[in-house]
Design a protein around this ligand. Structure first.
Ligand code: ADP
Ligand code: ADP
Length: 223
């Protein structure tokens, strides 16, 4: 992110993001934490391509992707409301994106099977979504989000609706999945526990600016 600025011009002018610079390395798990309204989601949406920055650039693998549409960025976003298709099976949900892209049935099935393996839901392909527990649905949503193997996976508070125990379990699983796939994860949360336990580095945002950035150790155990 190079000098990202986002100003919303409505009835009032909102300076949501005010000159944010940071660099994420390939394979890193980075969390952005900060109070509600500090600009976390706006940053994520600008990286995903759902929102155009007022100023600044988003660069991925040395390519300026600021003006590219979301599908042409090698990023994908997982939302809190998982947006699974309730009338589709687990596999049909995971295969949906590749199907839209015209991937052959055989190849799609292989892709889905591989993702079910990654999220440890082998044998769940033919299940209906409403037969799954909350945690299992989270994993299907993650599989669907990662099936195209995007370089960067973006998370907007995906675990906020879960109870504490399940959130802990999913945080550990997310971290394992990230390690297994070598993907880059950028994770927005207001939950410090998630940020501390899973991240390589944490960005603390306040009023649209980076207040601190560092490893969990550097941020929370320094004098
Ligand atoms: P966070 O994710 O940290 O809660 P947001 O990025 O959602 O923060 O919001 C940052 C600021 O931008 C807030 O003041 C919010 O009200 C404002 N904002 C977010 N989206 C819009 C929008 N579409 N139009 C106008 N203001 C917005
Ligand atoms: P959680 O602890 O996440 O609430 P559930 O009690 O919903 O878990 O589910 C526990 C197990 O039962 C899961 O493996 C889930 O797949 C299975 N399950 C839940 N609801 C149904 C259903 N309607 N039909 C078949 N299996 C179900």
């Amino acid at each position: 992110m190079d000098s990202l600025v986002k100003i919303y011009q409505g009835k009032e002018t909102v300076h949501a993001v005010e000159g944010v610079n940071f660099e994420i390395r390939e394979g890193e798990f980075v969390s952005i934490i900060g109070p509600s309204g500090s600009g976390k989601s706006t940053i994520l949406r600008m990286i995903a391509g759902f929102e155009e920055p007022t100023e600044g650039q988003v660069v991925l693998d040395r390519i300026d992707i600021t003006k590219r549409p979301p599908f042409d960025r090698d990023t994908n976003m997982m939302f809190q409301d998982l947006a699974l298709f309730p009338n589709y099976t687990v596999s049909e949900n995971i295969e949906y994106g590749p199907k839209q892209d015209g991937v052959s049935k055989k190849e799609r099935q292989e892709m889905a099977a591989e993702m079910l393996d990654v999220v440890q839901l082998e044998g769940y392909g033919d299940r209906a979504i409403d037969e799954l527990s909350g945690g299992e649905q989270q994993r299907v949503a993650l599989a669907r989000c990662m099936v195209n193997r995007p370089s960067v996976v973006l998370f907007d508070e995906p675990l906020a609706s879960l109870d504490r125990q399940l959130r802990r379990q999913m945080t550990t699983e997310l971290s394992d999945i990230q390690n297994r796939t070598g993907s880059t994860f950028l994770y927005v949360t207001h939950n410090q526990e998630v940020a501390l336990s899973a991240s390589d580095r944490v960005i603390v945002l306040n009023d649209g600016q980076i207040e601190q950035i560092g490893t969990p150790d550097e941020l929370y155990h320094s004098p």
